[in-house]
Write a protein that binds this ligand. Structure first.
Ligand code: ZN
Ligand code: MN
Ligand code: MN
Length: 285
């Protein structure tokens, strides 16, 4: 099967009915890259992945036109939790997420840095670093953790590029990359809605973190204005970022091989995934 590794794009797809079933769904909407949850995203623990589950998944992947696949962790995990029990639970759950990816051959696991819960950003980031040191010491080394920039709702960490840098630098033994979410960046105050704005924001990211650290994009338009700190995804070109911002991203040669994943409302029969992927391909020129 020939796979299109230049400009791999796709969407987050459901694993309902079996992990391997995500591939047929992804292909049906035109994905050449894909993101999945490796278990129900609203539960702490998933059913263990059997050897048979892993075999079916790897087989479906090999037979599919879909190239890069990444996973996203559950939303319950908070590596900055202030409650000891919740912190321990989060560390164990995240280690399990890494194990699951390793078993499936998924090389990148997207995660949100966490919420400091009024402990303050510095304290929260230190806690995240401590958690990662423990996690990396006891998990397989074939999975890269992709820290996602956030919109900065409530006490969420990760909305400033400095936060991502603090985690990466705070855990020198870490196996890290970044998942850059366009909606979150815009909501956090980074104006990527024009060619010039996009270039400026990426220059700042490069200075603080390094653009080569970006191993995936979440391609979402933003329903709320710049610096709203509110995380509401919109269809590509329909929101406050608009077509020009996505044209800038799709035409940036530095990111041609980096998978770009939609997390936008899908609509009936995934109609919006098809429309958004077609538009992104058009904007790529
Ligand atoms: Zn995320
Ligand atoms: Mn995202
Ligand atoms: Mn979001």
């Amino acid at each position: 099967m020939t796979k299109e590794f230049n400009q791999p794009i796709g969407a987050h797809m459901s694993i309902s009915g079996g992990l391997y079933r995500a591939f047929e769904r992804g292909e049906a909407v035109g994905c050449t890259a894909m993101q999945i949850f490796t278990k129900n995203a609203s539960q702490w623990r998933g059913k263990p992945i059997s050897d048979e589950d892993a075999r079916l998944f790897r087989e479906a992947w090999e037979q599919s036109v879909i190239g890069p696949v990444i996973a996203h962790d559950t939303y319950l995990i908070n590596l900055a939790a202030t409650d000891d029990e919740k912190w321990a639970k989060s560390k164990a759950a995240f280690a399990d997420e890494i194990e699951r990816c390793s078993k499936l051959g998924i090389p990148g696991l997207v995660m949100h840095p966490g919420s400091h819960l009024e402990a303050g950003e510095e304290t929260g980031l230190a806690k995240v670093c401590t958690a990662f040191k423990e996690i990396f010491a006891e998990t397989p080394d074939d999975v890269t953790v992709l820290i996602e920039n956030t919109a900065g709702q409530g006490t969420n960490l990760g909305w400033r590029f400095e936060h991502l840098a603090a985690i990466i630098e705070g855990v020198p033994e870490g196996r890290f990359g970044v998942c850059f979410d366009t909606c979150h960046a815009f909501a956090a105050g980074y104006d990527i809605s024009t060619m010039e704005g996009f270039a400026k924001v990426m220059a700042e990211f490069d200075r603080l973190v390094g653009v080569e650290m970006i191993k995936a994009f979440h391609v979402n338009d933003a329903k709320k204005p710049l610096a709203s700190r509110v995380d509401r995804h919109d269809q590509i070109g329909e929101g406050m970022i608009g077509r020009e911002g996505f044209r800038a991203l799709m035409q940036d040669a530095r990111f041609h091989d980096v998978p770009k994943i939609l997390e936008t409302p899908k609509g009936e029969d995934d109609i919006w995934d098809k429309k958004n992927l077609a538009l992104l391909r058009e904007l790529a020129g």
